[in-house]
Design a protein around this ligand. Structure first.
Ligand code: PMP
Length: 451
């Protein structure tokens, strides 16, 4: 991409530091400037249209250009553009949304704490977990376990939970209180001759071994996504959650389900917690909560956790935590309208209806010789390309496939060599076919070029 002087690309490069980009590469190639969106499509400034195969960042559930969300934001802006939830103040949208989320929660939850991003929700969860340990008179119970390749955000504590090298290297992370256990990815983590069922059980054994070696009385909580997203769409093997959860219960370890991607329909149920039979004590939500039309996230806590925290705030005098934007009225109003749309249009039922086509077409990508594995559930999936076979450096093929998809009008996301697909939930069967026709053609371009 040539960057013409004074073009938007050139000004972007001049003034903006980007996330998950190589800044030096960015200086040379610039970034793609997206101008507008409608349904599952976005358009760049040259007028080229793309299927947004990632729903932005796994998040635009109801698609782009949803007028009802614009109207909900406008109405709230006009009435009360801002108010907060500090010091015994509140406002209608935050109350309504909190009530709605407690009503929707797949396991009994008691209170909602609003934040602005998935990272902040997970960070807040860690702080409340530490606060609780102190309240319980267990000041040594502060360690948190998450998983290799898990993704929980980028703030100091949530980046520590994240189990990916780029989120730690040169940031002096993870924090010493955070430990990582086995990633439940069968193909890469299995031992010789180990069946999938044995592997699932071994993940639980690895977790228990870690707990025992650290001292069970020092472990406060376990954080996990029902299905790993940014770590490469890792769908856990059958039996994994059934083996892992009893270990947590045995040692009184809180379970925090990070539903930031899975929440609100992605896996074919309203929550990933339902798809996998989870019993979390706390849940974090964001992304599809507002379809990312506004930044908002939420931490849900059950009553036992709440009671201890409430007692501690009473002992200290105040819960010393809160963000200016916590429960922002415009974001809350947009989220409420977004949830209404998800329910009224039965988008969860829609996901169940179209998921078989999505998963079939995803699996068929496996016919390309570069693809070594496809995996997915509901409307999320990935096709992993083999860098080994072709002696490519990890990520090189993913970048090429990404470029080929983009050239043909599809935005995907390469997580190293795993090509992810996570379109808006409103995608139709025809559009799913359109998406995978492009992906197939894009992969063919890459595989042909290597012959
Ligand atoms: N948890 C999960 C499962 C995520 O996928 C993400 C974002 N990709 C986060 C947390 C962090 O959210 P945010 O980028 O809003 O901080």
């Amino acid at each position: 991409m040539a960057q013409l002087p004074n073009s938007l690309e050139a000004r972007d490069t001049a003034f903006q530091l980007h996330s998950y980009a190589n800044a030096r590469r960015q200086e040379e190639t610039g970034a793609m400037v997206i101008e507008k969106g409608e349904g599952i499509y976005v358009e760049d400034i040259s007028g080229k249209r793309y299927i947004e195969g990632m729903a932005g960042l796994w998040s635009v559930a109801v698609g782009f250009g949803e007028k009802r969300l614009v109207d909900a934001a406008t109405r709230q802006m006009e009435k009360l553009p801002y108010y907060h939830t500090f010091t015994y103040k509140t406002h209608g949208p935050s109350i309504e949304l909190a009530e709605k989320l407690i009503e929707m929660a797949p396991v009994p939850m008691s209170k909602v704490y609003f934040t602005n991003s998935g990272s902040e929700a997970n960070d807040t969860a860690i702080k409340l977990i530490w606060y609780r340990s102190n309240a319980l008179g267990q000041p040594d119970r502060k360690k948190i376990i998450s998983r290799v390749r898990g993704y929980h955000g980028v703030t100091i504590a949530s980046a520590s939970l994240t189990g990916l090298p780029n989120n730690h290297k040169s940031f002096d992370l993870p924090l010493p209180q955070v430990l990582h256990t086995t990633c439940p990815h069968y193909r890469t983590m299995k031992r010789d001759g180990e069946s999938e069922a044995d592997f699932a059980r071994r993940c639980a054994v690895d977790l228990e071994d870690l707990i025992l070696s650290e001292g069970p009385e020092t472990i406060a909580a376990f954080f996990a996504e029902p299905v790993m997203g940014a770590g490469g769409v890792v769908v856990p093997p059958d039996g994994y959650w059934q083996a892992v959860q009893p270990v947590l219960k045995k040692y009184g370890i809180l379970f925090v389900a990070d539903e930031v991607i899975c929440g609100f329909g992605r896996t074919g149920n309203m929550f990933g917690t339902q798809t996998y039979g989870l019993e979390p004590d706390m849940m974090t939500l964001s992304k599809a909560l507002s379809s990312s039309y506004q930044p908002i996230s939420a931490l849900l806590i059950n009553d036992a956790v709440y009671q201890t925290i409430a007692d501690e705030s009473d002992r200290i005098g105040v819960l010393g935590h809160g963000y200016t934007g916590s429960g922002h009225p415009v974001a809350a109003a947009v989220a409420l309208e977004n949830l209404k749309i998800i329910e009224e249009r039965d988008l969860v039922g829609h996901v169940r209806n179209v998921a078989p086509v999505f998963q079939k077409r995803l699996a068929e990508l496996g016919e390309n010789p570069l693809v070594i594995e496809t995996r997915g559930v509901g409307l999320i999936g990935a096709a992993e390309l083999s860098h080994d076979a072709l002696a490519q450096t990890p990520g090189a093929l993913g970048a090429r496939a990404n470029a080929a998809f983009q050239e043909k009008g599809l935005i995907s996301r390469a997580m190293l060599d795993a090509m992810a697909f996570c379109p808006p939930l409103i995608i139709t069967e025809n559009q799913i076919n359109e998406l995978f026709d492009i992906a197939e053609a894009g992969l063919k371009t890459v595989s042909d070029s290597l012959k």
